[in-house]
Design a protein around this ligand. Structure first.
Ligand code: ADP
Ligand code: ZN
Length: 714
């Protein structure tokens, strides 16, 4: 096949089966490379779009693609997802009866499948090897390829036998895919799969649609409740450290009327499956879980992830937050941390043979949590990327730190630590600084220490924050092996004895971050309300259709696809076909129902819930979309231009994408704004018209008023 026709075919298949207009990041290059018969190692973050990299070649090339995946629980969803797009796919694993397995094998042999998922165990049975010899295999895809490496965090011994593939099928291209990017694991995968000439495709690990926020672990429950209230109906996961706390938190959330359930490895497998299924199918909104939850989940519409406790390391954290927003829509993440968490991990790691590495990684994530640099950049730097700009949407970017001369503050702490003979942990140091009357303080005679009570004016929380900063600046060390006692360092001596200046970050920025989480967002504009309304209706329809078929709703259409429907309001099959994520098969299957819902919505519901004569607005909208200007539309429709403008306003108020700004200059806008502020009743267009000396046409006043109301959130 010619190069160009090959990639053209791939693009066509992308649109036809998946409904996407173009390839994301490296997909196009990878697919081309594979279809030319080469091997590849693909490193992309979760949600990066790895699946398409092997699914498209599988569909386009003659023969069948064998996908090896360790996640048996996920296989059915993946195959259901492919089938929902009209792709001929099947799977074989130990969850099926022997009969079912033979049936799928027969399908493969008789050429009825383009993609076959198998577990690594199954792959290496003699019966399957026999089957493979009868297949025209066009590609091997090894998903979750890090499982082959003992360096990775999820080593599976049976994966190591997969080197057999390249030995037996040297001419069949092989692609290994993973979201784990560290260098050791990468090389290990190549070595162990025996693919020397393999090209590595490394995508950026940036997930620009995720917002990152980190908070000290105070008032967690209250912050979480507010957070959830602001996000009605949105799917989310709350990761907790212990099984107990998943259950406790669930109970508290349920008590406040929140739809949550829990998940941990101590539950029976039936209980776990039930919770997971219910979450995937949008029947349970929130799951409080240990990190046992998530591996087998492909749900693309998880809108947020909260860490109730500090994660063990940055890799784990990134993987867990990565489960949010796979569909590319904006999604939020929130991490709480405390020294209590650090202590628990330290104790937990103390017996581990990998103790030192684990402690180092724990230090790195604590540094991340306490840092005052752009969060995203710290993470990307950790993964070896060096972004040039800050993200602008993490908590630090939104509340940049202000510094002050903290020399005296630091000296107070350091001198107190010295007088307590470097033998006390942060809690006691703060108590002494604040002159606490606690029994333990007096038992040890600390009320006689010179620094007792020299820091009463600063709250416990604030002292903790300053001490954390000092630790990060290397002014204090925590002796974890000695009850976490605070110790002086070389650097601290210069501050204590030589008056070396230290800059600290003002705590107002941290407090602002906390407040921001609790703050209610602005009231929604009318346009937004209408959009939300339609989205909700589409979501309900999606759920009904999914329930009928017994598949998760996101397999019908993703949130991203529904959002596009809300923005463009396709009322015909032809218009629907243009929406990203609507392939031919789904168009045929679901198109009518979605188009009808949107049509009814558009026709039936006006601004105040009154019925508007929808057809006339739609007609105007169609012409506008074709690129006609208001004059032309008026001529075509034999209506006045003023009427057309009033249509625009109604359409805008009903959530249509019409940029009204283009019809009014900034100067006019300002004039009208001023006039509005002078009249008694600002909603009377007539009064404004008079105020402007009857010089500005009505339709402009109307447009300006709508835009001004819109900005004010009315
Ligand atoms: P990964 O396996 O890397 O986590 P997926 O293959 O599940 O990622 O893809 C993540 C999401 O992106 C899915 O919802 C998928 O349908 C979507 N997607 C993949 N490729 C494209 C594309 N070219 N255009 C738009 N969306 C895409
Ligand atoms: Zn940032």
């Amino acid at each position: 096949m010619e190069n160009t026709t090959m990639i053209d075919k791939a693009s066509e298949a992308l649109k036809q089966y998946f409904g996407y207009d173009s390839f994301k990041s490296l997909q196009g290059e990878i697919i081309n490379h594979i279809m030319e018969g080469n091997d590849a190692l693909v490193l992309m973050p979760t949600g990066g779009g790895k699946s398409v990299c092997f699914q498209i070649p599988a569909i386009v090339m003659d023969g069948i693609c064998i996908v090896i995946s360790p996640l048996i629980a996920l296989m059915k969803d993946q195959v259901d997802g492919l089938k929902a797009n009209g792709v001929r796919a099947g799977f074989i694993n130990s969850s099926q009866s022997g009969k079912e397995q033979s049936y799928v094998e027969m399908q493969a042999i008789s050429g009825e499948l383009d993609i076959l998922y198998v577990s690594p165990e199954k792959m290496l049975t003699s019966s399957f090897i026999q089957t493979m010899s009868r297949l025209e295999i066009n590609l091997f895809a090894i998903d979750e390829a890090h499982c082959i490496s003992s360096w990775g965090h999820d080593f599976r011994p049976e994966y190591t036998k997969l080197r057999y593939l390249k030995e037996q099928f040297p001419n069949v291209p092989l692609v290994a895919l993973t979201a784990t990017a560290d260098k050791l694991t990468r090389q290990d995968i190549i070595d162990r799969l025996n693919v020397d000439n393999c090209e590595t495709f490394l995508a950026s690990f940036d997930r620009p649609n995720l917002s990152l926020t980190v908070l000290p672990g105070r008032n967690r429950l209250q912050v979480i409740q507010e957070f959830i209230k602001e996000r009605p109906g949105e799917s989310g996961i709350i990761y907790c450290l212990s099984r107990r706390s998943t259950e406790d938190l669930t109970a508290k959330l349920q008590a406040s009327g929140i739809d949550a359930d829990f998940y941990h490895a101590g539950m029976s497998s039936l209980e776990r499956t039930t919770t997971q299924e219910s979450f995937i199918k949008d029947k349970t909104q929130i799951v409080c879980a240990t990190i046992a939850f998530g591996m087998g989940i492909d749900k693309s519409n998880i809108r947020w992830v909260i860490h109730y406790n500090l994660p063990q390391n940055i890799e784990g954290y990134y993987q867990e937050i990565g489960r949010a927003g796979r569909d590319g829509l904006p999604s939020d993440t929130l991490l709480f941390y405390s020294y209590g968490d650090v202590k628990i991990f330290r104790d937990m790691f103390s017996e581990s043979p990998l103790r030192d590495i684990k402690l180092q990684k724990l230090d790195r994530i604590l540094q991340f949590a306490e840092s005052f640099n752009c969060r995203r950049n710290i993470l990307l730097n950790y993964f070896g990327e060096n972004p040039k700009t800050t993200c602008g949407k993490c908590d630090v970017c939104k509340n940049p730190p202000n510094h002050f001369d903290g020399t005296v503050t630091c000296q107070k702490v350091l001198s107190c630590v010295a007088r307590l003979r470097e033998s006390e942990a942060m809690g006691m140091v703060v108590d002494v600084l604040r002159g606490s009357g606690r029994k333990e303080v007096f038992l040890k005679g600390y009320q006689n220490v010179k620094t007792y009570g020299i820091g009463r004016e600063i709250s416990i929380f604030d002292w903790q924050q300053y001490i954390a900063q000092m630790t990060n600046l290397g002014l204090l060390e925590i002796a974890y092996d000695q009850n976490s006692a605070l110790r002086l360092t070389e650097a601290s001596k210069a501050v204590l004895f030589e008056n070396k200046k230290v800059d600290l970050v003002q705590l107002t920025s941290i407090k602002k971050r906390i407040e921001e989480q609790k703050k209610k967002s602005k009231p929604k504009s009318k346009t937004q309300q209408v959009k939300d309304d339609l989205f909700e209706k589409l979501r309900q329809l999606r759920k009904e259709l999914a329930n009928k078929e017994g598949i998760p709703p996101y397999l019908v259409f993703t949130d991203a696809t529904l959002t596009e429907m809300v923005d463009f309001k396709p009322t015909s099959l032809m218009a629907l076909r243009k929406v990203s994520g609507v392939g031919e098969y789904k168009l045929e299957k679901y198109g009518d129902e979605f188009a009808m819902l949107i049509r009814n919505f558009v026709l039936g519901k006006g601004k105040e819930g009154t019925v508007i004569k929808g057809a006339t607005y739609l007609k105007t909208y169609e012409l506008f979309q074709k690129g006609l200007n208001p004059d032309k539309i008026a001529k075509e429709r034999e209506l006045t231009v003023t009427t057309i403008f009033s249509h625009f306003v109604t359409l805008f108020n009903n959530g249509y994408e019409i940029d009204l700004m283009q019809f009014i200059s900034e100067e006019e806008m300002n004039l009208i704004k001023q006039a509005r502020s002078k009249v008694q009743n600002e909603s009377s267009l007539k009064d404004i018209f008079a105020q402007l000396g009857e010089k500005v046409p009505y339709h402009k006043i109307r447009i300006a008023s709508v835009l001004l109301d819109h900005d004010a959130g009315k």
